[in-house]
Structure formats: C-alpha cells, structure tokens
Design a protein. Structure first.
Length: 157
C-alpha cells in the first residue's frame, strides 16, 4: 500500500509535467507562428520612412485584431501584448542595435516581433516547489525588407 501511494504520487507529478509542459510547447508554437507572420507582414511595409514604420506597426497589429485574428491556447485567447523593434543592416540585422522607436527610419530594414503569454499551470500547481499559477512563454520572429529583389521581405530568424 505504501509503495502504491508513492508510485501514485510520482505518476501524478509526471502527468502534471507532461500535460503542462506539453501545453507550453503548443502555446510556444502558436506564438512563434504569430511572431513570424507579424514580422513578415511588418517587413513588407518598411520603405525607409517614418510612415513605413507606422504602417509596419499597423500591419503587425492587424494579425492580432479582427474576425480572423491569430490567437493562442488552441485559438481561444487573443494575443494582447507584443512589441516591435527595428534595426538597420546590410543583408543581416545589426546586432545589439534593436530600437522600438528608431531615430533613423531610412536605415531600418529589419523588424523583430516579440510576443509573450502567461500560460496557466494546471497540474504542476500541486507540486510543492512550484508557487506560481502561470509560466511565461516567449517567442520572437525577425524579418527583413529587401527592396528591388524578387523576395521583397523574408524571414531571417
């Protein structure tokens, strides 16, 4: 009976781990799809002007709003918080120079969309060491604008 109780506790902990971590992987996949699509959508609007940056922000936001908005948690929850960062670069994004509001719009050729969501924990809450109700999941996608080429915008990361 003692062995059965110990085995049951171990099985419950493993089931909680599998269910909650599996859910986090699904949410990560959904957020990654949004980040990639939003960064591509935004990169198509980059044209080296301040208006291009504004249109890029609107293009990314359009995927999170409306009747056909991308959602997470099996399509039940809206994506409410994400941020866009821009940088310059020649073929590759310039490292460590990402800015949410860049001074030089003409140089901005790359956009990074970062999105995060707090995934509620279901069974792992009963484990003694875990004192939180949710786990943060983050995804980011980077795309670049390449005017004059056959692929005007493409995913970088």
């Amino acid at each position: 009976m003692i062995v059965t109780c110990v085995a049951l506790a171990v099985l419950l902990a493993l089931a909680g781990l599998v269910i909650d971590v599996g859910r986090m992987y699904i949410v990560k996949s959904e957020l990654q799809a949004f980040a990639d699509a939003a960064s591509l959508n935004a990169a198509f609007e980059l044209d080296g002007t301040k208006d291009g940056l504004s249109r890029a922000r609107e293009a990314a936001a359009a995927l999170a709003e409306g009747d056909h908005a991308m959602k997470w948690d099996m399509g039940t929850k809206a994506i409410s918080s994400f941020k866009l960062s821009f940088t310059a670069g020649d073929g590759k994004p310039a490292p460590k120079s990402w800015q949410e509001t860049p001074d030089d719009a003409a140089a901005c050729r790359f956009v990074k969309v970062t999105v995060e969501a707090a995934v509620p924990l279901t069974l792992l809450r009963v484990v003694e060491g875990i004192q939180q109700d949710a786990s943060k999941v983050t995804a980011s996608g980077t795309a670049g604008s390449f005017p004059g080429s056959a692929n005007a915008a493409r995913l970088i990361e």
